[in-house]
Ligand binder design. Structure first.
Ligand code: 5GP
Length: 204
């Protein structure tokens, strides 16, 4: 049987740049993780494609997925549902491949419960002021929404304790390097590697 892949969870406050870091990671040829495409009820933004960026669903379809236990985790975030289809995650881990989730913090906490052996990386903003700046300059949100997102972000930073690693998003390039280094190190942990050696000795 193949050794199971790692479940890598990248999470952190809204506006910190999780999506940008994830896109940068997956644009690099040597990135070997498999991206788990989420399901959402929010409307596609310009340029987003169904089945590539998200699986776009109605609220009814999403609620049906919740009822039928099709989601590893889900959260309602700024008025929309977001969730991770469980079948893809399970199948890909079984194949020995690493699965990468980029999700908000409530969902990450649920995954932590279901997969305590996962690798949980918190992407942190260099500072809260910078965070607000980034949300405002994105220019797609209203004032009230910005305030909501900021409030949520302050609460989310307190949740850092639930993670294994913290990567500050001071530069996208550096953040990607750090994430790859963390994953590499995780693969080399004694408790992952030792069983392979023991098996080898059994055969000899
Ligand atoms: P956006 O609408 O900007 O694409 O995403 C909003 C937030 O939802 C981001 O923080 C993103 O990481 C998070 N998100 C995306 N997919 C999922 C998911 O499957 N589950 C959860 N819990 N959050 C998600």
């Amino acid at each position: 049987m193949k050794e199971r892949g790692l479940l890598i969870v990248l999470s952190g406050p809204s506006g910190v740049g999780k999506g940008t870091v994830r896109q940068a990671l997956f644009a690099q040829e040597d990135t070997k993780f498999e991206y788990s495409i989420s399901v959402t009820t929010r409307k596609p933004r310009q340029g987003e494609r169904d089945g590539v960026d998200y699986f776009f669903k109605t609220r009814e379809e999403f609620e049906e997925m919740i009822e039928n236990n099709k989601l590893l985790e889900w959260a309602e975030y700024v008025g929309n549902y977001y969730g991770t289809p469980i079948d893809y995650v399970e199948k890909t881990l079984q194949e020995g491949k690493d699965v990468f989730l980029e999700i908000e913090v409530q969902g990450a906490l649920q995954v932590r419960k279901a997969f305590p052996e996962g690798l949980f990386i918190f992407l942190a903003p260099p500072s809260l002021a910078e965070l607000k700046n980034r949300i405002v300059t994105r220019g797609t949100e209203t004032e009230a929404l910005i305030e909501n997102r900021m409030k949520a972000a302050k609460e989310e930073i307190e949740l850092m304790d639930a993670y294994d690693y913290v990567v500050e998003n001071d530069s996208i390039e550096l953040a990607c390097e750090k994430i790859k280094a963390i994953v590499l190190a995780e693969h080399l942990r004694r408790d992952r590697v030792a069983p392979r050696y023991k098996k080898m000795l059994e055969v000899e």
